[in-house]
Design a protein. Sequence first.
Length: 138
Amino acid sequence: MIRKTLITIGVCLCAVSSAYAQEPIVQDHTKTIIKRVPFNYEVCSEVDVPADKTKDTILGAIIGGAIGQNITKDLPDGATAGAIIGGMLGHQNSDANGVTRRVCREETRYTESQERVYSHSTISFLYNGKIHKVRFQK
C-alpha cells in the first residue's frame, strides 16, 4: 500500500514538474588571474666612495697644536686653537682621492603570467513561467 502511494506521488510530481519546468541549464564560469612567480636578480652599479681624510686631519691637528703652543706660550688654550685650525687646514688641503667601486645587491622581481581558472557555476531553469538562476560552487 505504501509502495503504491509513493509511486503515485512520484508519477504525479513528474507530470507536474514537466508541465511547469524545463530542462535546467548548468554553466561553468571562469576568470583570468595573474600568477606572479618571484625570482632573485643581482643588480650591480658603480658607486663613488669618498676619500678618507681622517689621517690628514689628525696630522694637521697635531702639527697645529704644537705650533699653537709654541706661539702662545703665555696664553691659555693656544694649543687648542692651533689644533682646531691645523685640523681644518689638514682636512681642506688633503690630497686623498675617492675611489669608484662596484656594489651589488639582490632584488626580487616577478614573472607574470595569465591563467584562466574556474570561478563558479550557475544553473538556470524555468519554473511556473519564471526563469530562475542560482549561483553555486562545485
